[in-house]
Design a protein around this ligand. Structure first.
Ligand code: PEP
Length: 257
């Protein structure tokens, strides 16, 4: 079977200024050795205003830590006040960008068509989109979580080639588990991550599905990540709150030990 390199991505959300960002990246780099960074791809996703500083410290110290942004515009340039393009992020060395996080879907009314355009914009700029899907509590209680997540997935990947889809990272983030301390069980995570992969195999092909990394996100901590990572279709974590603490995030990245 395909070997997918585990990925731990820290979504800082709207936290840490550029000076605090530098300090956290340095602490994180100090906490993880070369072997650990080789075994588990480690990525930080700071606010836009921190990216130049994060780039400078990572490049300057040749740190094996990746970085990216939390959102991008679907457009390349133009009259879009307040927005940031994929081209700008690529120029800053971003390898990843979060697309369709539940907070943006809810707070900025991002719909499936916009998220589809943002995924395409990321890929067009050679940035890996971390596409978030996930159900709210009501949908979960009605046991409609699998079709709900597959519908979000279909919409976000519409029009892409299999080659493009293989480069996408999908993050399954049940909304009821984000920032609530309520982690999905490893079986809950596996169910949806497995169905996401199956759906990609159906729509595209099995080889593509085998290459796509599927992450779990929602109250991931150092003490629950190993059981989640033991699931066959979970390839990593999208970590919010716990990524703001260098030692905790380093411990998450050290899950194989
Ligand atoms: C997130 O928002 O991507 C997330 C998973 O947050 P937390 O880990 O804080 O639940």
């Amino acid at each position: 079977t395909e070997t997918r390199r585990p990925l731990m991505a820290g979504n800082w959300k709207m936290n840490l200024n550029h000076l605090e960002a530098i300090a956290l990246v340095q602490k994180l780099a100090f906490s993880l050795n070369e072997q650990q960074l080789e075994a588990v791809e480690t990525v930080v996703l700071p606010p836009f205003t921190d990216l130049r500083s994060v780039q400078t410290v990572i490049d300057g110290d040749k740190l094996k830590i990746g970085y990216g942004a939390q959102d991008l515009s679907p457009y390349q340039a133009g009259a879009y006040t307040g927005d940031i393009s994929g081209a700008m992020l690529a120029k800053l060395g971003c390898s990843y960008v979060v697309v369709g996080h539940s907070e943006r879907r809810a707070q900025h009314y991002e719909d499936d068509a916009l998220i589809n355009a943002k995924v395409a914009a990321a890929l067009a700029n050679d940035i890996t989109p971390i596409l978030c899907v996930g159900e709210g509590l009501e949908v979960r209680e009605e046991l409609r979580h699998v079709p709900h997540c597959c519908d979000q997935l279909d919409a976000a990947l519409r029009g892409l080639t299999a080659e493009q889809v293989a480069r996408v990272v999908v993050a399954y983030e049940p909304v009821w588990a984000i920032g609530t301390g309520k982690t999905a069980t490893p079986e809950n995570a596996q169910e949806v991550c497995g169905e996401v992969r199956r759906r990609i195999a159906e729509t595209f092909d099995q080889a593509t599905a085998d290459r796509v990394r599927v992450l779990y996100g929602g109250s991931v901590k150092a003490n629950n990540i190993a059981a989640i990572m033991a699931q066959p279709d979970v390839d990593g974590g999208l970590v919010g709150g716990a990524s703001l603490d260098a030692e905790e995030f380093a411990n998450i990245c050290r899950f194989p030990e």
